[in-house]
Design a protein around this ligand. Structure first.
Ligand SMILES: C[S@@+](CC[C@H](N)C(=O)[O-])C[C@H]1O[C@@H](n2cnc3c(N)ncnc32)[C@H](O)[C@@H]1O
Length: 338
């Protein structure tokens, strides 16, 4: 990950979900070191900074170069910014010579500026390129991936990450249009978000013969492609495995998740202290803290769920994005304290 320095930029804002509740969950003390692993537009980071003393520290990470660019304007000595994936957090801390932090906050999913910028390609409400990458500096766009994927690969992504029941029909139509160059412009391989939304609408509408939809028929397809192209679930799984090793005894993890695949991973990571201790995959050697030759005794640590909060009616009225949100707070418990 690259550290960045300060400067100012526009104000595409994001209304944070569970702002106070998630930061309360970190149980902040003034001199502690905390990580906001999903900086976005800094709503949670600002709240953390407001509760830290002059000797506290906040490490903020985001995959999106725009988020980091925006963060530079904050210009707070206690804040260090890193562009990269939170799945590399243990390596980042190692490079900073920080063994343990006091808490980590994760607010998953996409930020409003990402969804609202047509050119980022996240939304079927606006016309933009089929991109959907959070990290625009690396990796394949959705369009590039669709151009090379097989029908089965596309079907699997739509099914696994979107639970799309008509995944095989959508995949078949995409591959048909890609491989048979049809002169009919309305039947061409999608180049934009609107083209893809129209294709999915036509496939689903044709199969279901229904003309009223509570949500746009392309919702699940867009969610699935976004999760896949950004490696979202693998990144989350990786970080959750690292947490017991990099957060101190009695430290906290606050996670805001937005769909069932994320909810399940977070729940599992905090499920049973005993089960986790016995099936412990975040071994310090695996995380690169020590070489295979080192014989070091490590405390067995795990995350214990201490709070789960669903949005209230007022939360949802104030911020409709919170509709599907779930906040889980976990405390890190180590069998032997250091
Ligand atoms: C919901 S927004 C966070 C909003 C933020 N809490 C705020 O108050 O402004 C999620 C952010 O996490 C970032 N993100 C998602 N996955 C990531 C990952 N694996 N590593 C780093 N950042 C990630 C996205 O780019 C996005 O900016």
């Amino acid at each position: 990950m690259n550290e960045t320095s300060s400067n100012s930029r526009g104000n595409n804002l994001h209304q944070p979900v569970f702002l106070e509740e998630a930061v309360d969950g970190l149980n902040i003390f003034s001199g502690g070191t905390y990580v906001d692993a999903t900086f976005g537009r800094g709503g949670h980071s600002m709240e953390i900074l407001s509760r830290l003393g002059f000797d506290g520290k906040l490490i903020a990470i985001d995959k999106d170069p725009d988020a980091i660019e925006y963060a530079k304007a904050l210009n707070d000595k206690r804040l260090s910014l890193y562009h990269g994936s939170f799945s590399d957090l243990s390596f980042l801390l190692k490079s900073l010579k920080i063994k343990k932090v006091n808490g980590v906050l994760l607010d998953l999913g996409v930020s409003s500026p990402q969804v609202d910028s047509a050119e980022r390609g996240f939304s079927f409400q606006t016309t933009g390129p089929l991109d959907m990458r959070m990290n625009t500096s690396t990796g394949q766009t959705v369009h590039e991936w669709l151009k090379g994927a097989t029908s089965l690969q596309i079907e699997k992504v739509l099914k696994d990450f979107g639970d799309e029941k008509l995944s095989s029909f959508i995949a078949a139509e995409l591959v048909l249009r890609r491989d048979n160059k049809d002169c009919n412009t309305s039947k061409q391989f999608p180049e934009t978000t609107s083209d893809l939304a129209d294709l999915v609408f036509d496939v689903i509408d044709g199969k279901r013969k229904r003309h009223y939809y509570k949500t746009h028929p392309a919702t699940k397809t867009f969610q699935a492609l976004r999760i896949f192209i950004n490696n979202e679930l693998e990144d989350l799984k990786d970080l959750l495995e690292q947490i017991p090793m990099i957060v101190s005894h009695n430290g906290r993890l606050s996670v805001i998740s937005f769909h069932s695949l994320e909810h399940r991973l977070v729940k599992f990571s905090m499920r049973s202290r005993k089960a986790q201790c016995n099936n412990y995959s975040a071994h310090p050697k695996r995380l690169g803290f020590f070489s295979d030759q080192d014989t070091v005794k490590f405390p067995t640590c795990a995350i214990k769920e201490i709070k789960k909060i669903k949005p209230s009616r007022e939360n949802i009225q104030r911020n409709p994005r919170s509709r599907s949100a779930l906040l889980r707070v976990g405390e890190i418990i180590c069998a032997k304290q250091e």
